[in-house]
Design a protein around this ligand. Structure first.
Ligand code: PGA
Length: 253
């Protein structure tokens, strides 16, 4: 299932969802995982406001924690922004950057995403860099080209399999219930692996985890996670409920 030396990763992106009461879902997930040893790492990425509390909640568990974004700079006059160094202090070990919702809602360019990934690395966080085409780009036959551009434009110097994870998230599959066919997923993931080879050398590229994201559910997780070059999932909606998220992790049990 995985051809990397790092275990696959199933990460839950809570997006702008979650209050203190939602920590109960993290506790329920811990209970579901108790005594189980899935062949994957598990991570929750709550909103900034929950990072410290979530860190405390997960402290004695095998579940890792990530943030959903960071600012490129370490400190300064950037009202409302959060530095990667601040995130690291919460116990988070990773940070999502370049999610399509940020690229769309906040007009984030590849250049900015790259600077954010660099900031994550500077703070000792694993950067989970998201890329993916829109439906118009796919229908225009530009899927591989778009993913190449985003990958090359967003990947910082010094990126390697230990500090960087790529998430392929076709924009048209996010939150829609539509997923690409396994052939389409295999094509893009294989392409990303090959492009990474050109950027960091084939040996290192073979170890990079490439997650699939976009409408992953318990019902389709097993099939999607079995696709060649798929090394885990980035899960939105289905990560909010412990039972659903556990149902996805079960693909690795
Ligand atoms: P979804 O979101 O699982 O709700 O489609 C995935 C993501 O945006 O990371």
């Amino acid at each position: 299932m995985s051809n990397t030396t790092f275990p696959p990763l199933v990460a839950g992106n809570w997006k702008m969802n979650g209050t203190l009461a939602s920590l109960d879902e993290a506790k329920a997930l811990m209970a579901r995982l108790d005594g189980k040893t899935p062949a994957c790492d598990v991570m929750l990425c709550p909103p900034f406001t929950l990072l410290f509390k979530m860190g405390e909640t997960l402290a004695d568990s095998t579940i890792a924690m990530g943030a959903q974004d960071c600012h490129p700079k370490e400190t300064g006059a950037h009202t409302g922004d959060i530095a990667a160094e601040m995130i690291a202090e919460t116990g988070a070990t990773a940070c999502i950057v370049g999610h399509s919702e940020r690229r769309t809602d906040h007009g984030e360019s590849n250049e900015l995403v790259k600077a954010k990934a660099e900031a994550a690395h500077r703070a000792g966080l694993v950067a989970i860099i998201c890329i993916g085409e829109t439906i118009d780009q796919r229908e225009a036959g530009r899927t591989l080209q778009v993913n190449t551009e985003q990958l090359k434009g967003s990947l910082p110097e010094g990126a390697n399999a230990a500090n960087t994870i790529i998430a392929y998230e076709p924009v048209w599959a996010i939150g829609t219930g539509h997923t690409p066919t396994t052939d389409q997923v295999a094509e893009v993931h294989g392409h990303i692996r090959a492009e990474l080879g050109g950027l960091m050398g084939a040996e290192e590229a073979a170890k990079v985890r490439i997650l699939y994201g976009g409408s992953v559910k318990p019902a389709n997780a097993q099939e999607l996670m079995a696709v060649e070059n798929v090394n885990g999932a980035l899960v939105g909606g289905a990560s909010l409920k412990a039972d659903d998220f556990f149902g996805i992790i079960e693909a690795y049990l």
